[in-house]
Write a protein that binds this ligand. Structure first.
Ligand SMILES: [Zn+2]
Length: 344
């Protein structure tokens, strides 16, 4: 089989598509023929350094995937050969304090595909049966693959952490990125009003065409002032943000009293001023979030099917052209997910 390995740390030169031994299914696991996977920011992080993440090189990249089951245990009752499935990339221990209280997402022994062990940019993968879920009807493999990281992350941020309500207003920074677009689509689908920001008017126009209520160009406008002008001086109930330092101050100033800010990333820096006075006087909530657990994934997949949300794909590449795909992700020019086709 073929897979994309990182063989060192650096730029695209450390990423090699190679032939390797076929994957063998382990007991309790499911063998999945991977049809599609999508790129995530963490793939760039692992390629560049992987600092702080225990891993061994060479390692197969990739976190999310969708494909077709080719092998299961004889005793398996919920999953069958030839079934179309989507993979949750978090492999939990099931035994630590956090797993036992039903918060697998906090597992102290968490192993993520493509971070701590071989990932999904491979033609076949063997993963624990509990990580394999039926694919929502109506999606392509590439669209379904996007569920496993970005859509799940956005789901937990919006509904578990911020507890967004249909009558509330949500501000989403950096529309065009995977989590941001997912957050916009999911919040909109429950009826919430969504304001988006981008440095590019073309991305704002696309978001407005998809149902965003208002777009703010963060290069030419002061985001907090624009939010206040649009909301009649009130501010938004929830901010969804993964940009970090560059937007933190604007994000805090955009919140209504008692508002909630959820962060899942810090691509521009992780040490913004805390602005403690604003936090306690206005009784703001700052919520950290990362990824999501199995129960959230199940809820997300059902909601995707019921709501008819179609994940936004920016582009699709065959595995052999992964370097172009990584360059596209790194450029920040994309609007939606960049997918890999593993079998073409
Ligand atoms: Zn655990």
């Amino acid at each position: 089989m073929k897979a994309a390995f990182i063989i060192g740390h650096g730029g695209n030169e450390v990423v090699k598509v190679r032939a390797c031994e076929p994957v063998k299914r382990r007991p309790g696991e499911v063998l999945v023929r991977v049809e599609a996977a999508t790129l995530n920011q963490v793939d760039l992080y692992m390629r560049n350094s992987g600092a702080g993440i225990t891993h061994q090189l060479p390692q197969i990249m990739g976190l999310d995937a969708a494909g077709v089951i080719e092998g299961v245990d004889a005793s398996e009752t919920l999953l069958t050969v030839d079934q179309r499935v989507v993979i949750h990339p978090g492999i939990t221990c099931g035994r630590c304090e956090f797993c036992q209280r039903g918060e697998g997402v906090l597992c102290t022994k968490m192993q993520l595909l493509g971070e701590h062990r071989h990932g999904t940019f491979a033609q076949w993968i063997s993963v624990p049966a509990q990580n394999v879920f039926p694919m929502p009807q109506g999606l392509t493999f590439a669209q379904a693959a996007a569920m496993g990281v970005n859509y799940l992350t956005a789901w937990r941020m919006l509904f578990t952490k911020a507890r967004v309500k249909p009558w509330e207003t949500v501000l989403v920074f950096g529309i065009g990125g995977g989590v941001s677009l997912a957050a916009m689509q999911l919040a909109k689908a429950i009826g919430a009003k969504v304001i988006v920001t981008s440095r590019e008017d073309s991305k704002l126009e696309r978001a407005l065409a998809m149902g965003a209520a208002h777009g703010i160009n963060s290069t030419t406008q002061d985001v907090a002032k624009a939010v206040m002008a649009y909301t009649g001086g009130r501010g938004v109930d929830v901010v969804i943000e993964n940009v970090g330092e560059a937007v933190w101050s604007m994000a805090m100033k955009s919140l209504v009293r008692g508002g909630r800010l959820v962060t899942c990333g810090a691509t521009t820096g992780d040490q913004p001023p805390a602005d403690l006075r604003r936090i306690f006087i206005r009784q703001l909530q700052i919520l950290g979030s990362t990824h999501g657990d199995f129960s959230e994934f199940r809820a997300l997949l059902s909601f995707i099917e019921q709501s008819g949300i179609v994940p936004v794909l920016d582009s699709e590449y065959p595995l052999d052209r992964i370097h172009e795909a990584l360059t596209r992700l790194e450029s920040g020019q994309q609007f939606g997910k960049i997918a890999l086709q593993l079998m073409s």
